[in-house]
Design a protein around this ligand. Structure first.
Ligand code: ASP
Length: 404
């Protein structure tokens, strides 16, 4: 009997999990463990995988010149697409005005609102880990990436007889991590069933009232995300990357569905690395450099969301933002998206950066709390989608041949 392709299995799991979460809400406790096991397995892979993939990517890229060129391309892509995303959000939120007349009484309380208050300079300084083991233990992605790039860069500057076995060892570690990834991937449908039925059951009671009170806000976010994901990025992919967006999308179905279900770019990273290398055909050097950094820094969906959410809060409180202030929102939304970790609901807390910058009440975050986890699913999918398009575009610009 032919086996059902994994992305179909996942889609079926997704549909079943929604039904299960809605109908058998009380029984969801018996399946959440599947989601926990799956997420833990993915998280277990992240640190060694990021480290090995970056070292093996950077040693493959070789010279400082090549590395410099890749960095410029990568960051230009990250910045350009994030700004496009924010502007799309800005347009949508001004068009639909979801915050006008929003009920401030629906506001919830959010803990840890000052978490994003660290200065930008300090955030940059913090990228340098004082202790790499501590950074790894804390899943501090930017610090791990920073150290791994340095490690890779200097690996190819040592004596050849020492260098060769080291490079081989890291390539081998990467291969092993990928094998474990492939093994974990097989359990995606079960993991997703556990995660999504849990999320659905938590929102099951107030679905209708949420749709009534937050419907237009959700529409603004999802509408703008759709424009960015289905129009802007595919255009860039086909014009600059000369790739077929539809084929690319198909190659990415597994990580995209996983991003949607887990709401975590980090947890999805092992699957993204696998799909971009094997299905899209991007080289190890490029994926190793672009994707781990992308999962942490390049968050188009989050950037867009930050902008829409901040303006929604302003509208709800009846605060008119000047053009200058909207400009500040755009810039700080970019910073907030860079600062947000690739974990569920990270985008919710970093909104405080924007609110502080334009003088909006921090409690406003409570207004968007109820639907954040749902919108997170959509924005995380766009985050991962943009990373994958970036990898393909950069690979193409480096003269690589792609399968899409
Ligand atoms: N959950 C998102 C991600 O992992 C970050 C966010 O909360 O916006 O990409």
């Amino acid at each position: 009997m032919p086996k059902l392709a994994l992305h179909w299995q996942i889609l079926i799991a997704l549909v079943l999990s929604v039904v299960f979460g809605l109908v058998f809400t009380d029984y969801v406790v018996y399946v959440t463990w599947m989601g926990d096991v799956f997420l833990r397995a993915l998280r277990m892979l992240i640190v060694p995988l990021i480290f090995a993939s970056i070292v093996s990517g950077v040693t493959g890229i070789g010279t400082a010149r090549n590395l410099g060129r890749m960095s410029v391309k990568t960051f230009s892509y990250y910045l350009t697409t994030s700004i496009f995303a924010i502007l799309t959000g800005l347009f949508m939120v001004n068009l639909l005005q979801p915050g006008r007349g929003a009920d401030l009484g629906l506001s919830g309380r959010v803990e840890g609102l000052d978490a994003g208050a660290e200065s930008f300079g300090q955030t940059l300084i913090n990228i340098i880990p004082v202790n790499i083991v501590e950074a790894m233990a804390a899943d501090n992605m930017l610090s791990i990436i920073f150290f791994a790039i340095l490690f890779g860069f200097f690996t190819i500057r040592i004596r050849t007889d020492l260098q060769k076995p080291l490079v081989k060892a890291f390539n081998a570690i990467f291969e092993v991590m990928m094998r474990i990834t492939m093994f974990v991937i097989r359990f995606t449908p079960l993991g997703i069933f556990g995660i999504v039925s849990n999320v659905v059951s938590q929102h099951a009671d107030n679905m209708v009232s949420l749709a009534n009170s937050m419907g237009i806000y959700m529409l603004a976010v999802i509408g703008a995300l759709s424009i960015h994901a289905l129009l802007t990025l595919p255009l860039l992919l086909s014009i600059i990357g000369r790739a077929n967006p539809l084929k690319h999308f198909r190659s990415m179905s597994l990580p995209l569905l996983t991003a949607f279900s887990t709401s975590s770019s980090n947890a999805t990273l092992p699957l993204t690395l696998e799909a971009v290398e094997h299905n899209v055909g991007v080289s190890r050097e490029t994926t190793g450099f672009v994707l781990p950094m992308g999962a942490t820094v390049n968050m188009d969906g989050t950037a867009l969301y930050e902008c829409v959410a901040a303006l929604f809060i302003a509208q709800a409180y009846g605060i008119e933002l000047s053009l200058m202030q909207q400009g500040i929102v755009v810039l700080t939304a970019l910073l907030a998206s860079i600062g947000a970790a690739g974990i569920p609901m990270a985008g919710l807390v970093v909104i405080t950066i924007i609110l502080t910058a334009v003088g909006l009440p921090l409690e406003g975050v409570g207004l968007i709390l109820a639907v954040d986890r749902i919108l997170d699913m959509f924005r995380t999918t766009v985050n991962v989608w943009s990373d994958s398009c970036g990898a393909a575009i950069i690979a193409r610009s480096e003269g690589e041949k792609l399968k899409v």
